[in-house]
Design a protein around this ligand. Structure first.
Ligand SMILES: [Zn+2]
Length: 295
């Protein structure tokens, strides 16, 4: 991974590290960051590049609350006393981080799971709806991956997509990627497909000029996983059994960490299918069983 800033327009740059953090020039010397990386280590690396140019951070926009997007907030806000904006609910979560790990786990999480992907410091974030947006920046709401996730469109015609989709490399490695609500996620994919911009920057993958192919591949991945889960539940299965079969299918070894994250995603898929009337549940022998409704 490169540790450098790439210019993609008059006022728009991105950090070409593991996380594609956006930078938008608010003035000759002040930048707005779009997300801040996963931790202080990345924040310090990025800050060095910012300082070398004689710039400072004037504002942070977080696309959503996930720790790999706001893990650098604390460093930058402490140093530059800058404001942090996010959508209303994400601002509330970023400001009260203790609640965030429970969204995936469904209860107070196990301490051993609280790594820097999953937990970070709370920082003061404000509702972007109530703020005056800098000129040259437009927001798009793309919910699904996270509740009311935002994408940022700069007047250089570059869109920072947050986690609206991921690159082929990530899909190959992960097999199933994080989604909070699948109906919204699919609708957001369709919205991204209809956008016309010069450059699209997903947070976890290389920038692309044509987004349609990537949308197609991400949608196909979701459809494949829906099919896989429906096939597993042809006969009544309890949750841990579904997780086991799913991991066998994708040839991945289960760990506690993966049970938490990927188990959460599988629950998102089961929920979606149930809400769509394609899955039903029944209690059998004190197990909650999931079964695909055959048509
Ligand atoms: Zn995310």
């Amino acid at each position: 991974m490169r540790n450098e800033l790439i210019s993609v327009g008059k006022k728009t740059y991105y950090y070409a590290g593991l996380y594609k953090i956006g930078l938008y020039m608010l003035s000759e010397t002040e930048v707005c960051l779009i997300d801040t990386g996963i931790d202080e280590e990345i924040a310090i690396k990025l800050d060095r590049l910012i300082e070398e140019r004689g710039w400072k951070v004037g504002l942070i926009i977080n696309t959503h609350y996930h720790a790999d997007h706001c893990g650098g907030n604390h460093y930058f806000q402490s140093k530059y006393k800058c404001k942090i904006y996010a959508s209303k609910i994400n601002a509330a979560l970023i400001s009260n981080y203790d609640i965030c790990p429970a969204i995936v786990w469904g209860a107070t999480p196990l301490n051993v799971l609280l790594d820097h992907y999953y937990y970070t410091n709370s920082t003061d974030a404000e509702d972007i709806e109530k703020a005056k947006l800098p000129e040259g920046i437009e927001l798009l709401e793309l919910p699904g991956h996270a509740i009311s996730m935002l994408a940022v469109w700069t007047d250089d015609d570059v869109i920072f997509l947050g986690d609206a989709l991921v690159g082929v490399d990530v899909l190959k490695k992960e097999a199933i990627t994080y989604v909070y609500e699948l109906g919204d996620y699919l609708a957001s994919l369709s919205e991204v497909e209809g956008l016309e911009a010069k450059l699209y920057i997903p947070y976890h993958s290389e920038p692309v000029r044509d987004i349609r192919e990537l949308v197609r591949i991400n949608r196909e991945n979701v459809m494949d996983n829906l099919k896989r889960i429906k096939a597993i539940c042809k006969t009544p299965r309890h949750f841990d059994d579904i997780v086991r079969e799913f991991f066998n299918d994708i040839d991945m070894e289960l760990t506690l960490y993966k049970y938490n994250v990927k188990g959460g995603i599988i629950k998102t898929y089961l929920t979606y299918l149930h809400n769509m009337g394609e899955m039903e549940t029944e209690c059998m022998d004190n197990y909650l069983m999931w079964q695909t409704i055959s048509r």
